[in-house]
Design a protein around this ligand. Structure first.
Ligand code: 5GP
Length: 184
């Protein structure tokens, strides 16, 4: 069977990371989670080459000029991108590749590779997402408002996705992704 490219995006605070980790635990035989390049600083527990390839702005821009990215985007002031070569290599090694990227990047992938499958993870409702963001007590009001505005933009872009999954239960969301990928 031909190897496929799947793209998963979701609003911040939607529990996307948990769903993807669980999916990967159960499907690591034939799926690989792509490692992106970014210019943002590593967080304390992040490892170069595992969570991201952390590169400088100059190196990132050189790669853009040389057309090395399948897609790239500017998110919250930093560059993020997926290398064409990385995806090709993993497919050649026999894996289906999963990209966990933002909505701008996902739509670029769809344009270049129409056979890729785009999956959006949505919150049960904007109200619930707002409660979750506030419940973390990690962001101030201004940041919360910015994130909610961003959520609305992402929900609009998600209309171009192939599938939207509502994350009201992690295991059910994982099962829905499994049903989608099995079908392809
Ligand atoms: P974080 O800085 O929290 O790790 O990621 C911020 C955002 O960047 C998330 O929405 C994540 O999905 C997105 N992202 C991570 N890697 C890539 C990438 O290679 N390309 C694009 N377009 N977005 C990415």
């Amino acid at each position: 069977m031909d190897k496929k490219l799947f793209v998963i995006s979701g609003c911040s605070g939607v529990g996307k990371g948990t769903v993807i980790n669980e999916f990967m635990k159960r499907n690591s035989n034939d799926f690989i989670l792509s490692v992106s390049c970014t210019t943002r600083n590593p967080r304390p527990n992040e490892i170069d080459g595992v969570n991201y390839f952390f590169i400088s702005k100059e190196e990132f821009e050189k790669n853009i000029k040389e057309d090395k990215f399948l897609e790239h985007a500017n998110f919250a002031g930093n560059y993020y991108g997926t290398k064409k070569k990385y995806v090709r290599q993993k497919m050649d090694e026999g894996y289906n590749v999963l990209l966990e990227i933002d909505t701008q990047g996902a739509l670029q992938v769809k344009e270049k590779m129409p056979e890729s499958v785009l999956i959006f993870i949505a919150p049960p409702s904007i109200e619930e997402l707002e409660q979750r963001l506030r419940g973390r007590h990690t962001e101030d009001e201004e940041t919360i408002q910015k994130r909610l505005a961003q959520v609305k933009t992402e929900l609009e872009r998600s209309q171009k996705y192939d599938y939207t999954i509502i994350n009201d239960n992690i295991l059910r969301a994982v099962k829905e992704i499994e049903d989608i990928v099995k079908d392809k």
